[in-house]
Design a protein around this ligand. Structure first.
Ligand code: UT7
Length: 343
């Protein structure tokens, strides 16, 4: 049977580190290392400099994943790009990445399919399900799947926006989803959404209810009221739903594959808040050593969290061939998803 497995991974974070203390001292936000660390586990995040786009970060992560997979970039036959912070409103960032990777250059240009996934924090899991389906159906052999975000350009980095502003960081993670005849790879997934909560975690800067979609002044320049300019979040609603939906999704996943939660060797959970993951771990009764977290260093990097976890877990010797791995994520929409991989 034709299977799809993760043949290589890579990630990239921009060099500038912003600690919790920096948010207070450099940005003047009324916050503290103690508050952020205690409520979220976050110690620092990386911010890209102005001029850097989401697809720029993705290029670095992709090149590392391509190298780790041991393939030539010309073997990539599809690009899937998960992000909530695209380079532009349109076209999708997968097209920018395809071009920046050189896939459109020269006589051997490949002009492969390029698809954006707009599922926020669960974008990578939705993307993995899509990539696996493409590979298993025989349509594609090597799908480049990327999660990449530049959050720092669209965070209200003042005291007014501190609840959201202190959580997020910039980063990219990538994997190659590759065809194999071996008995391994992505076994199953469970995806879900609850659009009743679409307004609880959102960014409404482009409001197509309005004509035009951004109000204009007399000179015709766009004018955006401050309450539309930045992301909005009902933090405690998100927190509660994240725990419930992640557990529900993992349970559904295990039922589908007829495995017990106790059979999972490693859980790689979306990194939104360390306390969310600790509660998931406690409620499913899993030992701490089966969870691998890195939110302390990067904050919430949305679609990039899971591919970064995969790469760091491999580098740390925590993820090895033969292990049963569960990925799980929850985010805006609300959307959520989990996937089971025999590594
Ligand atoms: O990928 C999905 C994305 N998001 C999430 O998963 C987030 C889920 N939610 C959470 O993680 C938590 O709700 C937060 C960490 C965001 C917030 O924690 P909380 O315990 O729900 O705090 P809160 O929003 O109820 O705010 C409590 C207080 C408020 O002050 P007042 O009104 O009580 O005076 C906030 O203004 O804490 C204040 N506060 C802060 N203080 C210092 C909020 N953010 C900060 C901050 N530093 N960074």
């Amino acid at each position: 049977m034709r299977n799809a497995y993760i043949a290589g991974s890579g990630f990239y974070v921009p060099p500038r580190i912003v600690t919790n203390d920096d948010l207070a001292s450099e940005y003047g936000i009324e916050t503290s290392d103690e508050w952020i660390r205690q409520r979220t586990g976050i110690e620092q995040r990386h911010f890209a400099d102005a001029g850097t786009t989401t697809s720029d970060l993705a290029v670095h992560a992709s090149e590392r994943a391509i190298e780790a997979a041991g393939i030539d970039r010309r073997e990539i036959d599809m690009v899937i790009f998960a992000t909530l912070s695209p380079d532009q409103f349109f076209p999708g960032s997968a097209c920018f990445l395809q071009q920046k990777l050189g896939l459109c250059d020269g006589d051997d240009a490949t002009f492969v399919a390029a698809l954006d996934i707009r599922n926020q924090c669960s974008g990578f899991v939705y993307g993995l399900a899509t990539a696996t389906s493409m590979v298993r159906s025989g349509q594609h052999d090597n799908v480049l799947l990327v999660g990449s975000e530049i959050h720092s350009a669209a965070l209200d980095l003042t005291t007014r926006g501190r609840t959201v502003g202190s959580l997020f960081g910039d980063a990219a993670g990538a994997v190659i989803v590759r065809a194999t005849d071996e008995d391994r790879g992505v076994r199953a997934w469970d995806l879900g959404a609850d659009g009743r909560f679409a307004d609880q975690l959102a960014m409404k800067v482009f409001d197509f209810h309005n004509r035009p979609y951004i109000a204009t002044d007399e000179a015709g320049n766009g004018v955006v009221p401050v309450d539309l300019l930045w992301p909005i979040m009902e933090g405690q609603v998100v927190f509660r739903n994240a725990i419930a939906r992640m557990i529900e999704s993992l349970t559904n996943l295990c039922e589908k594959e007829d495995v017990a939660l106790g059979d999972i060797d490693l859980f790689l959970c979306h990194q939104a808040n360390l306390r969310i993951n600790q509660m998931v771990q406690n409620r499913i009764g899993a030992p701490e050593e089966k969870f691998f977290n890195n939110i302390q260093k990067y904050g919430n990097t949305t679609a990039a969290t899971i591919p970064i976890l995969i790469d760091e877990a491999i580098q740390a010797g925590r993820l090895e061939r033969g292990m049963k791995v569960a990925l799980v994520a929850f985010g805006a929409g609300f959307t959520w998803g989990s996937a089971l991989i025999d590594w």
